[in-house]
Design a protein around this ligand. Structure first.
Ligand code: SF4
Length: 385
């Protein structure tokens, strides 16, 4: 039974190929402890400790919370090879986050904490397990509140939809588990850096929409895995948004970047020859564009000249050019046009199979080449951009 997590799905959406490297091929990059990671972990742990205390009817003073954080932070950061000023900078930042969070929520009343930092695995859909960690789940009267702490320094709107979808998906689990005690479910995103809190109701309709969306993504991934394992080594393509490549750990093996890392011995063709061909190709391509631009400019001037002098053909030496009147139709309302042509019995005459849609159907295995044998010619060629 496949096991998925929200971050796993995000990885696929950001770049199917990096997903394949990580989850299908099992090429997991080694994580090195760093200040960002330590602070993220320690702030979560400190807030977990705080809410566990509250759940036990204790209200720790801020200093106690800070101490819990510092004990662990100092122990871990001392093992890093970092400048003391850098460590101090992070420390100041995070002490401030904890303090402002504490002051804002003190005296922490009316809340019953159900879970803090708990890892859950449930069956969300048939045969598909989903796992995640909930930062905090509270119960306030008969409402449940899912809280997620965000520690990054990006302005919240950047990833807001993503976070909202994540909590909405978690809401499904709350609904399944606590439906007996449940009135409403709320999402609560806490952006520690900006001291911003987003609080909203997770509605039944939204849960269904998000559940459907993620279910379809999971099914797509499962299909890609089958294709990859059986016949298609390109089933997981590179991302179309290369901003995700910036911090990618797979550049050395990704077809978009691997060539940059080759040593001279790796070239099948002589190194010089490949470099020369790349230069030549780029130069020629540029020249081609320049030629196209000049051709267009010349065309415009010559057409003007012919039009002004009412000529349909113009001559110089043994060369001549005909002025051709190209006509084309732009369809403004496809449905109305179809209706009209159908009434006039002409629809069949203008109907044409959309080659691009047909190609998509073949690429997504809705129809196969074999089904269309001798009817279409499906070829693949490689090009250069
Ligand atoms: S470098 Fe870019 S395209 Fe290649 S695997 Fe990483 S994210 Fe994907």
């Amino acid at each position: 039974m496949p096991l998925y997590s929200f971050s796993q799905i995000q990885k696929y959406l950001n770049c199917p190929l990096s997903y394949k490297f990580y989850y299908v091929d099992g090429k997991k990059p080694e994580w090195e402890e760093n200040l960002h990671l330590i602070l993220w972990t320690e702030v979560h742990s400190a807030l977990e400790w705080l809410y566990n205390e509250i759940n036990n009817f204790r209200k720790p003073a801020y200093k106690q919370l800070e101490q819990v954080f510092l004990n662990s932070f100092n122990k871990k950061s001392s093992k890093l090879d970092e400048e003391p000023e850098k460590i101090e900078e992070f420390l100041t930042r995070w002490k401030y986050y904890l303090k402002s969070f504490y002051d804002k929520h003190y005296p922490f009343e009316d809340i019953k904490v159900v879970w803090t930092e708990v890892r859950l695995t449930i069956d969300l859909w048939d045969n598909i397990k989903f796992q995640w960690i909930i930062d905090r789940l509270d119960k306030k009267q008969d409402n449940f509140i899912l809280t997620d702490y965000k520690t990054n320094k990006n302005l919240p709107p950047e990833d807001k939809t993503l976070y909202e979808e994540q909590l909405t998906l978690y809401g499904l689990w709350v609904k399944q588990k606590y439906w007996k005690y449940l009135n409403k479910i709320y999402g609560n995103l806490v952006y520690l850096h900006f001291e911003i809190q987003d609080f909203w109701e997770i509605t039944e309709q939204r849960m269904q929409e998000i559940s459907e969306k993620y279910k379809n993504i999971v099914l797509e991934i499962e299909q890609k895995k089958a294709e990859y394992n059986l016949w298609d080594e390109d089933a997981f393509p590179t991302t179309s948004d290369t901003s995700h490549c910036r911090f990618c750990d797979y550049k050395e093996i990704c077809p978009l970047f691997a060539h940059q890392f080759w040593s001279i011995d790796d070239f099948e063709l002589p190194d010089d020859m490949v470099r020369k061909l790349i230069d030549e190709y780029v130069q020629l391509n540029k020249q081609k564009k320049d030629i196209e631009n000049t051709l267009n400019q010349n065309k415009e001037i010559l057409i003007k000249f012919a039009k002004k002098n009412k000529l349909k053909k113009i001559y110089w030496n043994e060369n001549n050019l005909s002025v051709v009147n190209y006509k084309w139709v732009k369809i403004l309302n496809k449905d109305k046009l179809k209706e009209k042509l159908e009434k006039l019995w002409f629809l069949k005459d203008v109907l044409e199979v959309d080659r691009f849609k047909l190609k998509k159907m073949i690429d997504t295995w809705k129809i196969t080449n074999t089904d269309l044998e001798n009817i279409i010619d499906y070829t693949e060629t490689l090009g250069l951009r």
